[in-house]
Design a protein around this ligand. Structure first.
Ligand code: MHO
Length: 159
């Protein structure tokens, strides 16, 4: 059987941690960190850090929908970010750390909005969910140094 892989994009603060949280999930075929949602082309990390590009640090995920559903990816995303802070994640403050679900289809948009509504209704968080739901646009792959950063950090410290 041939299954077509699908793509999901999430911004949830520093992309090192978001990538690491998805990389080894069964059904996730490939991950890449990069910049998206802003106005400049091929930004460098230092540009994005300046907060002036409009880009968010994000992770693009290629996944096999016969193994993991988009809904399950969304649930994982909400388990690993704080959806109640618009301009920060943990210690990282700035526009580039804003949480966003960048959808690639109408189905993804609908599922994202439905989950957010459920979360708000259930009062799971003390404040309303501010994670944005936006159409996916150009995604600029980050410098190789940032790809699988935490995995490589761990490997380097092993001996
Ligand atoms: N707190 C981290 C964030 C890095 S992440 C790639 C740092 O300042 O290095 O934005």
């Amino acid at each position: 059987m041939v299954t077509a892989y699908e793509v999901a994009t999430f911004a949830g603060g520093c992309f090192w941690g978001v990538e690491e949280a998805f990389r080894t999930v069964p059904g996730v075929i490939e991950t890449a960190v990069g910049y998206t949602g802003g106005s400049t082309v091929s930004p460098a990390y230092r540009d994005v850090c300046s907060g002036n590009t409009g880009h968010a640090e994000a992770v693009r995920i290629r996944y096999d929908p016969s193994t993991i559903t988009y809904r399950e990816l969304l649930e994982r995303f909400f388990a690993i970010h704080d959806p109640t802070t618009a301009n920060r994640q943990g210690p990282d403050v700035g526009d580039q750390y804003r949480p966003v679900i960048f959808y690639h289809s109408e189905d993804q948009e609908r599922e994202a909005r439905a989950l957010i509504e459920e979360l708000n209704r259930s009062r799971r968080y003390p404040r309303p969910v501010v994670t944005e739901v936006l159409p996916a646009g150009p995604f600029f792959r980050a410098e190789e140094y940032h790809q699988r950063y935490l995995q490589r950090l761990r490997e380097r410290s092993r001996w």
